[in-house]
Design a protein around this ligand. Structure first.
Ligand code: ADP
Ligand code: 5GP
Length: 214
């Protein structure tokens, strides 16, 4: 029948601890064809993080060289470290009709939305049910020391203040409910006209079939 699908750039942002990584994992368990954009960062790995899986851990000089060579789709300075999304894997996935999932902050979301790939972007912002719950999730995650948690909490309002720039906003209270909403949004956005490049040809075919009748 018709058309190959065009790949979608799915952006998830939220204040740290609201549930991006958890929901990103669930979305990819649901559809393993969704590729995760592995960012490069100058921050140190957390316990359990593997180079090339959660992040590409690189030093600042390599990061800056990569940016100046045009190797990053977007990049930003967050919590005192550089983070960026390598461009080439994204291009390959999108050209091959595969979706790419980004766990990035508002600065990165803004850069991608305003780039040449903006028309193929779906941006989703996650809000916590309350600030007390956000703190409790950061503490429960137990991956950061008290200072880092305090810094992340202090920055959370900065991130939340950009909620209005996203296509969809979900309050991540009940995890299963948020997961279901996320899947609904992705499923619907895949059907956007701009994501179905074969539609024009299909409609032309319908037109000639129709004209043969008349
Ligand atoms: P982020 O990637 O946004 O920093 P995580 O996905 O690491 O956040 O989630 C932070 C912590 O909160 C994790 O321990 C995760 O299991 C937990 N969590 C995520 N979503 C929920 C939810 N809806 N209800 C309760 N706990 C949650
Ligand atoms: P963390 O250190 O907790 O893994 O990430 C800190 C923040 O940086 C999170 O808000 C995360 O979404 C953001 N981030 C991770 N990778 C990138 C990236 O490639 N680009 C941008 N702009 N932000 C990123």
């Amino acid at each position: 029948m018709i058309q190959t699908r065009r790949g979608l750039l799915i952006i998830l942002s939220s204040p740290s601890g609201a549930g991006k990584s958890t929901l990103a994992r669930r979305l990819r368990d649901w559809d393993p064809d969704i590729e995760f954009s592995v960012s490069a960062t100058t921050r140190a790995p957390r316990p359990g993080e593997q180079d090339g899986r959660e992040y590409h851990f690189i030093d600042e000089a390599s990061f800056k060289a990569n940016v100046s060579e045009g190797g990053m789709l977007e990049h930003a300075h967050v919590f005192g470290n550089f983070y960026g999304s390598p461009l080439e894997p994204v291009r390959n996935a999108i050209d091959g009709g595969r979706d790419v999932l980004f766990d990035i902050d508002w600065q990165g979301a803004q850069q991608i939305t305003n780039s040449a790939l903006g028309a193929h972007t779906l941006s989703i912002f996650l809000l916590p049910p309350s600030i007390a719950e956000l703190r409790s999730r950061l503490e429960k995650r137990a991956q950061d020391d008290a200072d880092t948690i305090a810094r992340r909490m202090a920055k959370s309002w900065d991130e939340i203040s950009h909620w209005g720039a996203y296509d969809f906003v979900l309050v991540n209270d009940d995890l299963d409910a948020t997961e279901a909403q996320l899947k609904t949004i992705v499923t619907a956005t895949r059907l956007r006209r701009s994501q179905q490049p074969g539609l024009t040809e299909h409609v032309r075919r319908l037109q000639s079939e129709f004209e043969e009748l008349t």
